[in-house]
Ligand binder design. Sequence first.
Ligand code: BMA
Length: 327
Amino acid sequence: MSAVINHDESLLHRHPSNPILTRKDWPYPINSVFNPGATLLADGTTLLLCRVEDRRGLSHLCAARSANGVDGWQIDPQPTLMPNPEEYPEELWGIEDPRLTFVPELQQYAVAFTSFSRGGPGVSLALTKDFHTFERYGVVASPDDKDAALLPYRIGGLWALIHRPMTSLGAHIWISYSPDLRHWGGHRIMLEARRGAWWDAYKIGLSAPPIETSRGWLVIYHGVRQTGSGCLYRLGLALFDHEKPEKCLLRGDSWMFGPETEYEHHGDVDNVAFPCGFTMNPDGDTLNIYYGAADSSVALARASVRALLEWLDANGSSERRQRMQDR
Ligand code: BMA
């Protein structure tokens, strides 16, 4: 056991205006808005591509833009990306949980999202320059799979996609590689759900896209604990090798953030804090982490990359120690 247990308030700081977006802000009738992807546009505008659930229960994506990333949101008056089941049958029951990556080589944003249909949730990919028009690539990881994000550039000449297939091995985080964003192989496990009583024993999945740091890819992931009163979604931290992203260098033992406030505890799905995106301030250290709260609203928490790495040094286990813990 590490000497230091989690002190989540000192790592992720909730914004006093939380929740920053709710269904009341929407220009058209919806049930809920949550789990947004996030990016900074070239002019410094924060763009959130939000998962919006309509009053049939189906989700689409809608963009909200703000100069300061906190308030004054300009929300598209109509859905930005609607499911299109006629051409993309995998989108029959909606599209969910987008993760955004700006890809310098393509000068476009990659949107990895969950497409939901009879086969279950799968991973779809689309590219966009402006969040007005999108080029769909269709399913890139077949059901049951979700929680995906593309790395911003090729590793060893190949694109890399992080995702979370459900396999007979469990609900672990995997990475796959592709020469063209269409054909995927080289599948490897990046991070496994732990077992037994651990907070991340049942299911894990990528939260926001990996954060590039001088020490490697910093990954915020969610861990799901099954309890007598339902699932509990909390956040953990792990660091991966820059050149070989499937190699885990450090993984936090305890969770570092979890539902504590009224808006995280209570909503359509209680006890969920679910980030899908972040933006980085010009200081190169301050992260704005956008998360869905209780599958009902959007909230913001700030964190320092330096502090997250220091916390991992104090609370993290190497790969070898992780294997010992899990025996
Ligand atoms: C996950 C995803 C998320 C959701 C979470 C809690 O499996 O479906 O979209 O926020 O469950 O309901």
